[in-house]
Ligand binder design. Sequence first.
Ligand code: MN
Length: 466
Amino acid sequence: MHPNAVLLRGGTVLDVDGERRADLRIGRDGRVAAVEPALEPEPGETVVECAGRLLVPGGVDVHTHLHLPVGAVRVSDDFLTGTVAAAIGGTTTIVDYVTAYRGQDPMDALATWRGWAEPACIDYGLHMTFTERVPERTIAACVEAGITSFKLYMAYPELLQVDDDVIDEIMRATRRHGAFVTLHCENGGAIEALRRRALAEGRTGILEHARTRPAELEAEAVARAAALAERAQTSVYVVHLSSAPALAEVRKARERGIDVIAETCPQYLYLDTSRLSDPDGESYVCTPPLRDPWHVEELWHGITTGAVQTVATDHCPFTVADRRAGLRDRTSGFADFTEIPGGLPGIETRMGLVWEGVTAGRITRADWVRLCAEAPARTFGLWPAKGNLRVGADADVVAWDPARDQSLDAEALHMAVDHSPYHGMTVTGWPDLVFARGELVARDGMYVGEPARGRYVSRAQPAAFR
Ligand code: MN
């Protein structure tokens, strides 16, 4: 599988140890063998000239939904197409969310996901989502299987939401097993009331999706999550933070010494709620919803001040036809905003979009690597194999061309979806070459690796819990 060692020569290495001119040797074992200035090629070694390129750790996207059935439809990317697109965009590891629905044995759900994930082309870990109280032995069994993070929802009472007593219980139990909880923070009960009122008053349009999920109800849930984590003396990870008031609650909690870790997503850094009024407004339905532009500015600020620590995608694509058909099995289209399958594509475009923040002068190159690779790898127990380029780490290496233009139109991308939330936008900065465990998997926007080469990553306990 690794006939040759590879020497990446003449580039600039950028990772946790800083930015410096160095050559990088990928060993025959698929790991980083050396990072030093002026390495001499060894016999039989493939030499790749990387002048003008940044050599960075492969992206780590810790929030994806591939293959997922949602109502009468399914997300349009499976583990094959989704991971191919990820690799092309510079992401070499994902952590996807398993959901154990009420009444379902979580270990059965895990087996289902493991089956779906077999075609994966990059390494992948899994989180486990509980939708009801579970015995502690289930948490122990998941940790044993390499799942060291557990998702709970504070919203979607019909299907997913759990009450605060269950959150408290699972936070304490996961902590005992060296694991922690990630939370979807929105006040589900209050949102239900708003949705029911909107429907009763005949307000059924797409914009109501955002109006019935106001930022205040995200902020309330973040504050509650922090209080619960403080009582349980544990860390908590807030997924897809979308708004300024919610960010303020993260900041307040962190100032009080509570380990609230916040993730945001590119859609909250680039898109705003005005898109819901576009003719293709249904294609911008996601949860939490897109916010007004001032929230976007605040989130960038949160990134630069360290209150937001990771950028993941919540990749959850649907075709236009599936969005327009709605969640129920019907041909006449969705009846109201509550029936639109929510979620956006993004697994391929995350590295490029966050890099745009570098180009725009909002963040540094080091911030980019930290947000997209290092912090997610550390937080989710993928470190030190992933998220850095130290000797011995997996040779997940992206040769990033900061001058390369890439259109974000759907036709120029590889996700199995027929629209792009960023259509009309071109980013400058995109991968030239992507290596995963030392294998060249993407070159010039094409997937060139073996199919199904990805491996399940049994995750260690996050550093904070050891
Ligand atoms: Mn999600």
